[in-house]
Design a protein around this ligand. Structure first.
Ligand SMILES: C[S@@+](CC[C@H](N)C(=O)[O-])C[C@H]1O[C@@H](n2cnc3c(N)ncnc32)[C@H](O)[C@@H]1O
Length: 317
């Protein structure tokens, strides 16, 4: 029986049948991960765990649940991302609520968390700063790991700041995480009047002219201000690299997410600022995804630049 036929009647229907029917419909509409998407939507409607769904697919959904599932399926077929439909996204094995003002966290951004943790200090009491915090996923994931640390998340969007605060409470991190609006294009003192041990950022880095060619799910559903890095995609990266030394203590670390193909220019920018031990970290697709550097008051040029692969191999450039 088709999903449409299922939803036109009020008779209860088994979850397993609805799952398969929705997956077939998503496939016909060109959705790349139909079984997974259908599963997530089904679990959202029922509130079931994955185990419950797999163990008891014969359990039936009532008419209202079927109606909700059909509506979500319809929107998914029209290209609304699953994370937007259910209003949350998993990142670093933690759940983050989303709002219209927040980017959906990307798996490749976990490269930044891995890179930060490789630098150690998990038992230290550190001060962290996250510029462009969005839903707060970078700062809150790091504070989840750095149990004795605290930090500040800044975003230009008041809606994003409100969402990040909400996520801090849900993760019981509100005592160690503060979120406020701010703009990295203003004076450093307006961003923060203290110096931090670690600065992280995943700024907008897409070229303005490339945004129209992005996947519909990104182009139409992520906030433009979270994507648009200006004409060459580097406006925000330049601004953050310029202010980072003023926001960090000597020997403080900066870790910035970058787009594919941007590492060469970013390395040059970093090398012209007081950073040492500049490194690139690759994501799981082998793309240079994160640039890291350590602030040195006196050192103008880096001593060495290293590439770190998250598959474990290390090389020098
Ligand atoms: C690519 S999103 C990253 C969100 C989140 N940190 C993540 O990794 O999923 C960039 C964020 O920077 C914020 N942003 C853009 N321009 C800004 C500016 N000038 N000052 C502060 N935040 C800005 C956007 O609102 C957005 O939340």
């Amino acid at each position: 029986m088709t999903l449409a036929a299922r939803t036109s009647v009020s008779a209860p229907a088994p979850a397993g049948d609805l799952w398969r029917a929705l997956a077939r419909r998503l496939t016909r509409n060109g959705i790349e991960t139909p079984m997974l998407d259908a599963e997530v939507l089904l679990r959202h409607v029922t509130g079931w765990s994955r185990e419950t769904l797999l163990r008891t697919p014969e359990v039936e959904l009532d008419a209202l649940q079927q109606q909700q599932l059909a509506e979500l399926g319809e929107k998914r077929c029209r290209g609304v991302p699953v994370a937007r439909l259910i209003g949350r996204k998993e990142f670093w094995s933690l759940e983050f609520l989303l709002s219209d003002e927040t980017l959906v966290p990307r798996p490749e951004s976990e490269t930044l968390i891995e890179a930060a943790l490789k630098g150690g200090g998990k038992d230290d009491s550190l001060r962290l700063l996250d510029l462009g915090t969005g839903c707060g996923c970078l700062l809150l994931s790091l504070l989840h790991e750095y149990r004795h640390s605290s930090g500040v998340g800044i975003d230009i969007s008041a809606g994003a700041v409100a969402t990040a605060r909400c996520n801090a409470e849900r993760l019981s991190l509100e005592d160690r995480a503060r979120f406020q609006t701010g703009n990295w294009n203003t004076r450093t003192e307006d961003i923060a009047n203290e110096r931090f041990d670690i600065l992280v950022s995943n700024p907008p880095y897409i070229r303005s002219g490339d945004i129209g060619g992005l996947q519909k799910e990104v182009r139409e559903h992520d906030p433009r201000i979270a994507l648009d890095g200006g004409g060459d995609g580097m406006d925000s990266l330049r601004a953050i690299i310029a202010i980072a030394p003023k926001l960090l203590r000597p020997n403080g670390r900066v870790l910035i997410e970058i787009g594919a193909g941007q590492s060469g220019e970013i390395l040059s920018l970093m090398e012209n600022q007081p950073f040492k031990e500049i490194r690139k970290h690759k994501d799981l697709a082998g793309i240079d995804r994160v640039i890291e550097g350590i602030v040195s008051k006196n050192l103008i040029l880096p001593t060495r630049t290293t590439t770190i692969s998250h598959y474990g191999s290390t090389g020098s450039i």
